[in-house]
Design a protein around this ligand. Structure first.
Ligand code: SF4
Length: 178
């Protein structure tokens, strides 16, 4: 929703908070505030600044942006496609208690990282949430993406062990480690 109002903040989190409060007051809070917020920033910036400020990274992005973070949106898209195929093939989901246990491990893992670029802009976060069919854990807010395999952790914790790629080098505390 575009209200036409100018909202200013001293930094990104301050600005997000002000946008949140303003939209809440208007009764217009979108379900996906972070997506809305990121897109509004992209829209508001002039093209040259947007190119630098936007952290969306793909194979065509400048090298300084590509090097900014390790995990790229492409990696997460691979995960999303694999999980969709898994579900289409009749693969089920894990019990809630087990998903909760895994989520608590991922939430504290140093390899639980942001995806390169804006995961909302690139659509990977929204697509990951679609996989979940309403499932959640108590630590969803702390779940990002797994730097080892490119999974979206918020979704991955609900999938059975058989959906995990066992060939990767997970840290010793990881629930995916065979
Ligand atoms: S390495 Fe394991 S525990 Fe760490 S974020 Fe990835 S899946 Fe979670």
């Amino acid at each position: 929703m575009h209200t036409g109002e100018l909202v200013e903040g001293v930094g990104r989190s301050d600005l997000r908070k002000k946008v949140f409060l303003r939209l809440e007051k208007l009764g217009a809070l979108p379900e996906n505030l972070d997506c809305y917020f990121a897109n509004a920033i992209c829209d508001a910036l002039p093209p040259d600044r947007a190119a630098n400020e936007c952290k969306y990274v793909d194979a065509d992005a400048p090298s300084n942006l590509r090097a900014a973070r390790v995990l790229r949106a492409d990696d997460v898209w691979r995960f999303i496609k694999a999980m969709k195929n898994w579900l289409l093939a009749g693969g089920g989901m894990e019990a809630k208690e087990e998903a909760e246990r895994r989520a608590s491990i991922c939430a504290q893992c140093p390899r639980n990282v942001d995806v390169a670029g804006c995961s909302w802009c690139s659509g990977v976060f929204a697509a990951s949430l679609e996989l979940l069919a309403g499932r959640s854990t108590s630590v969803d807010a702390s779940l990002k993406h797994c730097e080892v395999c490119g999974c979206n952790n918020r979704a991955a914790v609900h999938f059975p062990a058989a959906a995990v790629d066992p060939s990767l080098d997970y840290p010793e505390w990881c629930w995916k480690r065979p």
